[in-house]
Design a protein. Structure first.
Length: 608
């Protein structure tokens, strides 16, 4: 996601900030900027595009003197990439400058409040409210002001703040978004990730949520939200730069799988207010939803698998007929698009060639387009009538993990929004689903914490030649994604089958030692899949089963069982896929494959 770097000391700050931001380029970004204190004021320079654009404007930092400053690389969430939307953001007077990672969930109400107080907004971002809110509360004590801001702001944030009135001080805050403090001699640093400052120090403080930091060049003080000073142990970094970029993980894929609880939380929680799904970023009124007669979901690869789950959710909650099409087929098959047709486009990059072409074909035929996209300002986002962004942040590994689970989360929100609008979902049922949705991030975290169980199973079966995934209903949709992950990064032949089709040919492929992964999370289909497990076991298969907690009877049939936390059966897809991602990862590691860059594959498919 976005990157933060800050420095206070005796050296010229701009070159240090630029170099630190370059170390964070792996995180992905669309614009960059820095704010530097000099000549009794905060000076800001920022630019859309690559860091090289900013670097050129600043002559490598030589034409922006000063020894204290903050820098930022932005991955757009609120507002398209532009110079104005880039960080740092400043108060109207320019006295206060702020860089921010995360999402401010109540920024709309804060923006309305501040506008009523006479503050003029120049960007589309959620971050600008922090700059103005800081100015609103500021009475001369910056720490006290930031604590007041923290008590007013809802969401996730890591902040770096500088002010004209404090030429020798910088303030930083962390809540649900990573931030560290680097310790040097007569200089100190802040950063969103270790690589940004590893060249200068290996001694850091790892901040916890709601901790406030006051940095001077010769000292660092850390406070809790009650302004009580905290003593912390110094953490010494013993990683090299390459490892540091991955946050200490061996591969980006594992790092990104581990980021899923936060990514899902960022996608879901800002859109749930007072137990209501509020999709303020899309314009779909009750009349618009009532007028929808048919929905096409169009996507490729992993996004297509998310669409299959989305179909189940929309049809179940909103009672609207849904077809799911591969984009490469949709654009050529002369689809029937009539009045009342909505096309939902799903794409991580927003640049997938087949998906973009399908979008244009659908628009040409008169369809309304709602896209579910991760990259703000991408081609698909720009050409859609409405966009629901998944705030997953950038994925470096080719095999998609957190992009998929945030796409699922977005589809659940859309389905529930439509179901409530059409009055097919009772208030009590909606409350139950929303409550379960809010718990999903913590439940994903629980699964990740038990990853050693999947690692053990993978270590015993990484030499499999063929693997079959079985599931019924939504489990079949998730099985397809699990099979794709395994193929992508381990190069093992695998296939996913609807378990009810076993007797129609597939069972002929099962022989002694064949590995079968059976998904059994749908309560109303549990007995059916149990019978399918018995069938393949009778032919000599080795079975890994995935079931919801409490269904221990499956242990009598399967060789190994991985349990997911109990949740609404409609929402199991987000949980079920995590063990499958982990299994594919550990098999790939055991085989010595290039996990992050599998052969013949690219992250964004921009050609047909």
């Amino acid at each position: 996601m976005c990157g933060i770097v800050g420095y206070i000391g005796e050296r010229q700050v701009a070159p240090i900030l630029l170099e630190g931001l370059k170390k964070l380029e792996y995180r992905g970004y669309d614009s960059a900027g820095i704010a530097v204190y000099h000549d009794a004021k905060v000076n800001v320079v920022k630019a859309k595009g690559r860091l090289s654009v900013l670097d050129e404007r600043l002559a490598g930092g030589l034409n922006m003197p000063g020894t204290m400053g903050i820098g930022h690389t932005r991955w757009a969430t609120h507002g398209a990439p532009s110079d104005l939307n880039s960080h740092p953001h400043t108060s109207t007077s320019g006295c206060i400058a702020v860089v921010h990672n995360g999402i401010i969930e109540n920024y709309l109400s804060l923006r309305e409040f501040l506008s009523g107080k006479g503050y003029a907004f120049v960007s589309d971002t959620d971050t600008e409210v922090i700059a103005h809110l800081t100015d609103y509360y500021y009475k001369g004590d910056l720490i006290e002001t930031i604590i007041k801001v923290m008590n007013r702001v809802e969401g996730s944030y890591a902040l770096g703040v500088i002010c004209d009135d404090y030429p020798d001080e910088m303030v930083a805050v962390r809540k649900d978004s990573p931030l560290i403090v680097g310790l040097g001699y007569q200089e100190n640093f802040i950063a969103s990730d270790i690589p940004a400052i590893l060249e200068h120090t290996r001694s850091i403080y790892l901040l916890e949520d709601k901790e406030v930091v006051l940095l001077r060049k010769h000292e660092v003080k850390i406070y809790n939200i009650d302004r009580e000073e905290i003593q912390k142990e110094v953490f010494t970094v013993n990683w090299d730069v390459a490892s540091a970029e991955k946050g200490g993980y061996e591969h980006f894929m594992m790092k990104e799988m581990s980021e899923q609880p936060k990514a899902i939380k960022d996608t879901i929680l800002p859109r749930i207010r007072n137990k209501e799904v509020v999709l303020s970023d899309i314009d779909l009124s009750k009349a618009d939803v009532s007028a929808i007669k048919k929905i096409y979901i169009v996507a490729c690869g992993t996004a297509w698998h998310a669409g299959l789950v989305g179909k189940t959710a929309i049809e179940r909650l909103a009672k609207i007929p849904v077809e799911v099409d591969l984009a490469s087929e949709f654009r050529y098959r002369d689809p029937i698009i009539e009045e009342g047709t909505l096309v939902i486009i799903i794409s991580q990059s927003g640049e997938t060639a087949d998906t973009l072409a399908a979008l244009r074909e659908a628009k040409k035929r008169g369809a309304k387009i709602l896209s579910v996209v991760n990259v703000v300002g991408s081609s698909i986002a720009r050409e859609s009538d409405n966009v629901l962004y998944t705030w997953a942040g950038p994925e470096i590994a080719v095999a998609s993990t957190k992009a998929y689970t945030t796409q699922l989360s977005a589809m659940y929100l859309i389905a529930l929004h439509m179901g409530v609008m059409k009055e097919y979902v009772a208030r009590q049922d909606a409350d139950t689903i929303i409550s379960n949705l809010e718990q999903i991030p913590d439940k994903v975290q629980r699964i990740l914490e038990s990853k050693k169980d999947i690692q053990y199973f993978a270590s015993k079966h990484y030499n499999a030649k063929d693997v079959f995934f079985l599931g019924r209903g939504m489990d079949y949709n998730v099985a397809m994604e699990g099979s794709l992950k395994l193929k992508e990064i381990s190069y093992i032949h695998s296939e996913a089958y609807a378990a009810g089709e076993l007797k129609h040919g597939t069972i002929a492929l099962i022989e002694e030692g064949t590995l079968v992964i059976a998904l059994a999370t749908q309560k109303h289909l549990f007995d059916k899949i149990l019978s399918n497990i018995k069938e393949v076991k009778a032919r000599g298969a080795v079975v890994l089963a995935i079931a919801q907690e409490g269904h221990v009877e499956i242990e009598k049939e399967a060789d190994f069982v991985m349990y997911i936390p109990e949740t609404d059966p409609l929402l199991t897809a987000v949980l079920t896929v995590v063990p499958l991602q982990l299994f594919a990862y550990y098999v790939s590691v055991e085989k010595g494959c290039d996990v992050d860059k599998p052969r013949n594959l690219a992250k964004s498919v921009t050609v047909e």
